[in-house]
Design a protein around this ligand. Structure first.
Ligand SMILES: Cc1ncc(COP(=O)(O)O)c(CN[C@@H]2CONC2=O)c1O
Length: 500
């Protein structure tokens, strides 16, 4: 609203000496105070403090480095970027070298050709210019072709919104769907806390549905139906269902039949399906395969008029791990033109996403093909990273399952293990005395003893009375044995201290 439309509130507001409210924690937006994001929470802050102490005073702790297993940030742990992607980015950002003869010797021919192609799609051939608010049209055409090649169903480039990673796309959808705390969003528990944080920031209500740890984090339709019924009985207008597939923190990959049930459920209940598919390239087990919800819904004969579906993708995961480049998109389908206009308006307020991220999003969805000069080296890099991730997942999963009182479902996909720890009562009581959740108590003790940083399960929510932690599978392969031995030694010591 505008000040000019407001009437003076009271006689003494004319020139009185009232002052603005001082900015304190208590006078901040309560929606911000209600928001939490555990992936970079208290344990990480402590880890950064310890890191400073080790640097200033070597030998001050029983470890010589901090091993960050709290965040899915591969390149911070020495994973190398994909050569072809970086060649194209470099050439697009400095087109002056494209015509130089030396460039031919330094860059692959297909990277040079791709850079020319991309620059021709950018108005002014300048990666420093604002683009269309949904992203450069030519790049959206490329991404659309990539999705079509993946799924076998048509994609309209105008359904694509290129964003600075999947996070802002999720925030945008929450901003559009949540009118008040009476609006609910069905979210998996355990969940990636972007969702609980975004729902809190936008003043909505998180409606939980519990994944079943006993069945490998299965998503039961009966649980969805029960939670929807309960929410409605409390007057909550449930608007959307979030599915993270492959799952974070749980690592499960949904079966196609289960996905069909989920699509039916959303269609029947009139829910927007928010499909978070940022780990679509991260599947490690031979008996599971990634199917997009777009493909599943279209294979059921459901189109624009049958279901509202928003699919999220990111350049931060997969084998590329380009978290810092901030690239991604959402494919928005099944909304009326009037709704689409509002989505566009919200996107336009931020003008556009960064161009490097847009270029990267087009590269991950349309990488080198058979016959391209870079295809062999690209494929070798890709397979090298994915097969190493699969080995690390298995090694850590086996190590965790060998610990007393620990059970850990296999990481079928994504980048995490989410073991359950059955803590002795004495440990639970010690945590209560320390005024901290039992799994946070364990994670803090682990950090202080070994330098290993994990995120307590309470940061992802979990079945009440169960305790977990999330550990990434990202430390470089040669560091995994040290992590296993440090963790095992710590766990044995912890359990003997607190065993009944
Ligand atoms: C399921 C899921 N969706 C979206 C995002 C956001 O990705 P962008 O980088 O594209 O915004 C993440 C990031 N994963 C966080 C970051 O690292 N560890 C995590 O759990 C994620 O795990």
């Amino acid at each position: 609203r505008f000040l000019s439309t407001l009437q003076p509130s009271s006689p003494d507001s004319m020139g009185s000496d009232y002052s603005s409210t001082p900015v304190t924690r208590d006078t901040l937006n309560p929606k911000v105070l209600n928001c939490e994001y555990a992936v970079r929470g208290e344990i990480v802050t402590l880890a950064q403090k310890l890191q400073e102490e080790i640097k200033e005073n070597p030998g001050s702790h029983p470890f010589d480095e901090i091993l960050y297993c709290n965040i899915g940030n591969p390149q911070s742990l020495a994973q190398q970027p994909i050569t072809f992607f970086r060649e194209v980015l470099a050439l697009c950002d400095h087109p002056a070298i494209l015509d130089k003869s030396e460039t031919q010797g330094l860059f692959s021919a297909d990277a040079i050709e791709r850079a020319f192609q991309i620059l021709d799609q950018i108005p002014g051939r300048a990666t420093g210019a604002y683009s269309h608010s949904q992203g450069i049209k030519g790049l959206r055409d490329t991404i659309a072709s990539g999705i079509e090649a993946r799924d076998g169903y048509p994609v309209d480039p105008n359904d694509l919104f290129l964003t600075d990673g999947a996070s802002p796309a999720v925030h945008m959808m929450m901003q559009l769907l949540i009118r008040s705390e009476n609006d609910g969003i069905l979210c998996p528990i355990p969940q990636y806390p972007l969702y609980s944080a975004s729902i809190a920031l936008h003043g909505g209500t998180l409606v939980p549905y519990y994944l079943d740890e006993q069945t490998g984090w299965g998503l039961e339709i009966s649980e969805l139906e029960q939670q929807l019924k309960t929410a409605k009985s409390k007057g909550i207008d449930v608007r959307a269902l979030v599915v993270i597939n492959p799952g974070n923190p749980t690592g499960q990959v949904l079966g196609e039949a289960n996905q069909r049930e989920i699509v039916e459920f959303c269609k029947r209940e009139g829910l927007v399906l928010l499909a978070d598919e940022v780990y679509q390239e991260n599947v490690y087990v031979p008996d599971k395969k990634f199917h997009s919800f777009k493909k599943v819904s279209r294979s059921m004969g459901y189109g624009e008029k049958d279901i509202s579906l928003v699919s999220f993708q990111s350049v931060s995961k997969g084998f590329y791990g380009e978290c810092g480049k901030r690239g991604g998109y959402m494919e928005v389908t099944g909304f009326s033109p009037e709704v689409r206009e509002q989505i566009y308006k919200v996107a336009s307020v931020n003008l556009c996403s960064n161009i490097s991220g847009q270029i990267l999003a087009s590269l991950i969805m349309s990488p080198p093909k058979v016959g391209d000069e870079s295809y062999v080296s690209f494929s070798a890099e890709k397979e090298g990273i994915l097969s190493s991730l699969a080995r690390r997942a298995k090694t850590l999963e086996d190590a965790l399952n060998s610990l007393e009182g620990v059970t850990c479902n296999r990481a079928e996909g994504a980048m995490y293990l989410f073991p359950r720890i059955n803590l002795p009562d004495k440990a639970i009581k010690a945590a209560e005395a320390a005024k901290t959740a039992p799994d946070a108590f364990y994670a803090k003790r682990l950090l202080n003893a070994t330098g290993i940083v994990v995120v307590p399960g309470s940061g992802f929510r979990q079945v009440p009375g169960t305790w977990h932690f999330r550990c990434t599978i990202l430390p470089q392969e040669e560091k995994i044995p040290a992590i296993v031995s440090r963790l095992t030694k710590f766990h044995e010591k912890f359990m003997s201290e607190f065993r009944g």
